[in-house]
Design a protein around this ligand. Structure first.
Ligand SMILES: [Zn+2]
Length: 418
């Protein structure tokens, strides 16, 4: 006897691609792409459209106090849900796939289960979380952070927007200040389908990325203070050149990154010289360092090497050093069992996989605090994201959907066909 799970569930691609296109039309930006900043009028219109599709799919839809929307398809038993989903807020001039794919694929999954008259033991939930992008309110991933109890609800509601509004007021204004309590109940598991937003899968020509986790991030600012002097009259050996120190130290950061090697990435994103004039030896110079790695211990060791190098450079050039930590986020490893479920699903479907870390933040990293969590990546053409040219091939979306469906069905368990 074949169990229903042995037969892969394929998306109705006309429906799924049609909805992605329809949602991308909500908040069309005159400068290109789509702009649906969190809790804006465009976000309300996008939310209304997606909630409508959730109702059409027969989901029992609830909205919580911070505007997270969860639609539940009942299982044969009550109890914790197997949850999938993502976000539908966007940055400015965004593409059609970031976040939206994970939400619409979840709704598609529920509809396909209904069409195949398949029931699961556990309930399945499709969720979208408020303000994932952080383009209008800080912090980013605020909705999923509140959902897992990582931020007090009152604090979340008081978050100010870049245009001077309060998150709670904007929620009420667009009709998404829901009655459902937040934090929400912990799911049995969470799986998110998302575009990679980088070039790794396309370059490897692999359709499915098994995300091992979200990498740890360290941000720091290095500032040197020397003496501003005339560029023509001050001999090189009599200078305390803060600019030269900053440039040497920044160069050392890149050397250290190359010595440690992939998957470490290091970026000097800001470099400022003062007084920033063509004929003055800089009296002050500062730069920022963004370093990321999947392993917290490696990141700490790299930070230590950068600190030593920065100190050495200060001594060489006779300048004062001030080093300030701006941010440090720990790595979030995903659940090994869900990672193997993703690999098994891809193997059964004849799809090649590769493991990769997520370079960007996602709602899944918040859910990982309360339940076993995993992520499936599909390729981004040209590695482009947060841009109107963001694109993922329909074949890749079909593959990603089939893997997501398989993993969610196995987690929800013990299928029966009516
Ligand atoms: Zn996203």
């Amino acid at each position: 006897m074949t169990r229903p799970t042995d037969v892969p569930l394929r998306a109705d691609l006309d429906r799924l691609m049609g909805r992605l296109a329809q949602l991308a039309d909500v908040g069309r930006d005159p400068h290109g792409g789509t702009t649906r900043l969190a809790l804006s009028d465009a976000d309300r219109a996008g939310r209304d459209l997606v909630v409508g599709w959730m109702h059409d799919a027969g989901l029992d839809v609830t909205v919580d106090e911070v505007g997270n929307v969860v639609g539940i398809r009942p299982g044969r038993i009550d109890g914790p849900v197997v949850m999938t989903g993502s976000h539908i807020d966007t940055v400015r001039r965004a593409g059609a796939y970031d976040g939206n794919l994970g939400v619409l694929a979840g709704i598609e999954l529920v509809e396909r289960l209904d069409e195949e008259r398949i029931t699961t033991e556990r309930p399945i939930a499709v969720a979208f979380f408020t303000n994932e992008e952080g383009a209008r309110f800080q912090p980013d991933m605020l909705g999923s952070l509140a959902y897992v109890g990582g931020i007090d609800v009152r604090e979340a509601l008081d978050a100010p927007s870049i245009d001077g509004q309060r998150l709670g007021d904007e929620l009420a204004r667009i009709g998404y200040a829901g009655p459902h309590p937040c934090p929400g109940s912990a799911p049995a598991a969470f799986v998110e389908l998302h575009i990679e937003q980088g070039p790794v899968l396309e370059r490897a020509a692999v359709p499915i990325g098994v995300v091992t986790g979200v990498q740890a991030i360290s941000w720091q600012q290095v500032t040197y203070t020397g003496r501003a002097r005339h560029a023509g009259t001050t001999p090189m050996e009599l200078r305390n050149d803060a600019g030269r120190a900053a440039i040497d130290a920044a160069h050392r950061v890149h050397e250290i990154a190359h010595e440690v090697g992939a998957p470490l990435v290091a970026t000097i994103g800001s470099l400022r010289l003062e007084p920033d004039l063509v004929n003055v030896v800089p009296g002050r110079a500062s730069f920022t360092v963004d370093v990321r790695h999947i392993d917290d211990a490696v990141l700490d060791a790299v930070d230590g090497r950068i600190a030593d190098a920065a100190q050495l450079v200060a001594r060489e050039h006779g300048v004062d050093l001030d080093r300030r930590r701006l941010a440090r986020f720990a790595a979030v490893p995903f659940d090994p069992r869900i990672r193997s479920l993703i690999e098994d699903a891809a193997r059964r479907l004849g799809l090649a996989t590769t493991q990769l870390v997520s370079g960007a933040g996602h709602d899944a990293q918040m859910l990982a605090r309360v339940c076993p969590t995993g992520m499936v990546f599909v390729p981004s053409t040209g590695g482009i994201s947060h841009h109107p040219d963001e694109h993922t091939d329909t074949d890749a979306i079909a593959a990603g959907f089939a893997v997501l469906a398989d993993v969610v069905r196995r987690l929800a368990g013990d299928e029966e066909r009516a």
